[in-house]
Write a protein that binds this ligand. Structure first.
Ligand code: C2E
Ligand code: CA
Ligand code: CA
Ligand code: CA
Length: 393
């Protein structure tokens, strides 16, 4: 139901039919037309990248024109839910503009059906910025669809990057990092698709998959090193805090694998502190009560004040890579690492340094009292099998 294939001349829908999905043309061509007593009147011929049928999505779910394939055609289905998700995340101004525009177009088509004298051939020309918006929107819809398919067809993976106890030099745990490869096997950077997952709401389902996958991995890691079972950190996107199933899914996954909840750590960014404070607080309290540690990721890069450090139940701070990069080059960076480590200690928290790429950075972090280190100096994120081997070594 994500895609539709039409052969040439096949009619997709007719005026008056009900419908609540729109279509994006992947390949082929579609004609939009009106049926009059004396024959059909073509309104537009659409090509790859064009969207149509969108008025049924927002309006009263009745098609205002007919659509048929001109050639063999492949369509992506754009559902009502998808539009609603996007609408809920849009600004009120955008939502309003979209509704007004859809209402106007609907009205125009309606008048077209009444009389054939109105010249309202929808313009295929777009102004420069509209064109950019359109390209971006089409690109995002495509990526979103591909991501949905990857999630469904086991196309996503988690890699595990070791987190090292700087005092002893041994692996204490891992951070789970999501991986997605394009059909040619090239990695698609999470920074480019996580935001698409967030905008579309897919992040919620991906989040559940991450919890299931990471806890299954934790069970295997625990078998390999049962004397000191490692922990695993997962990244939580701020959007997941609105998911009523998030906590149950964490609790149930831990139970299912009979894991000590302390082995699951949750990384949140400072932006989480900007959400509905009560909802965030409630969720974090629940996870904390269960035993999961909470870490602030990318600490020092956001704009929030330090006040949430004592307002939220935080256990640890992850020093952002930018401070570690500059260690040894600037005294400022060293001062910041020392200051944050001291602040964390005073608040009863521990620290993790990320992005350690050299022995010197590792040694400096250890000297400044940072507890854990993570970075290419130790290892990149690796598939589970390799992570288990690292534990055995
Ligand atoms: P992050 O949480 O800060 O993750 C650490 C990123 O730094 C990872 O990039 C990791 O591969 C990279 N890294 C680790 N060590 C080094 C190093 O020594 N040098 C350098 N230059 N980079 C290093 P990645 O995997 O591309 O992830 C980027 C971001 O995407 C993550 O930043 C996180 O915000 C997000 N992300 C990744 N996986 C997930 C996930 O499962 N869920 C969510 N919500 N976000 C994720
Ligand atoms: Ca992280
Ligand atoms: Ca980070
Ligand atoms: Ca980061």
């Amino acid at each position: 139901h994500d895609r539709r294939r039409l052969s040439a001349d096949e009619v997709l829908f007719r005026t008056g039919e009900s419908g609540d999905i729109a279509f994006l043309i992947e390949s082929g061509s579609v004609e939009i037309y009106l049926e009059h007593e004396d024959g059909a009147e073509s309104i537009a011929t659409l090509q790859s990248g064009d969207l149509f049928g969108e008025m049924a999505l927002a309006g009263n779910h009745t098609r205002t024109a007919c659509a048929r394939a001109v050639a063999d055609t492949e369509l992506l289905v754009v559902t009502h839910e998808l539009l609603n998700e996007q609408m809920a995340r849009a600004t009120p101004v955008l939502r309003h503009l979209l509704r007004v525009t859809l209402a106007r177009s609907r009205d125009l088509l309606h008048r077209l059906q009444q009389s054939s004298t109105v010249d309202a051939t929808p313009s295929a020309r777009y102004s420069g910025s509209e064109h950019v918006d359109r390209e971006l929107a089409v690109q995002r819809l495509r990526t979103e669809q591909a991501l949905r398919e990857a999630l469904r067809d086991d196309g996503l993976q988690l890699h595990y990057q070791p987190i090292v106890d700087l005092a002893s030099g041994t692996i204490a745990g891992f951070e789970a990092l999501i991986r997605w490869y394009d059909p040619a096997g090239r990695p698609i950077p999470p920074s480019s698709f996580i935001s698409i997952a967030e905008d579309s709401g897919l992040i919620v389902e991906i989040g559940h998959w991450i919890i299931d996958t990471a806890t299954a991995a934790l069970a295997q890691m625990g078998k390999v090193r049962s004397d000191a079972p490692p922990f695993c950190s997962i990244n939580l996107s701020p959007w997941q805090f609105d998911d009523p199933q998030l906590f149950p899914s964490i609790r149930d996954a831990l139970l299912r694998h009979a894991l000590d909840p302390r082995r699951l750590r949750l990384e949140i960014t400072e932006s989480a502190a900007f959400g509905d404070p009560d909802a965030v607080r409630r969720l974090l309290d629940q996870c904390r009560a269960l035993g999961c540690a909470l870490l602030v990721d990318d600490f020092g890069t956001g704009y929030s004040s330090l006040s949430y450090l004592h307002r939220l139940p935080i256990d640890a701070i992850k020093l952002d890579r930018s401070f570690i990069d500059d260690l040894g080059e600037s005294r400022g960076a060293a001062a910041i690492v020392r200051a944050i480590t001291g602040l964390a200690a005073d608040l009863g928290m521990y620290t993790v340094a990320e992005g350690i790429e050299t022995e010197a950075q590792s040694a400096a972090c250890a000297r400044y009292g940072v507890h854990y280190g993570q970075g290419y100096h130790f290892s990149r994120g690796v598939p589970l099998g390799e992570a288990l081997n690292l534990l055995r070594a």
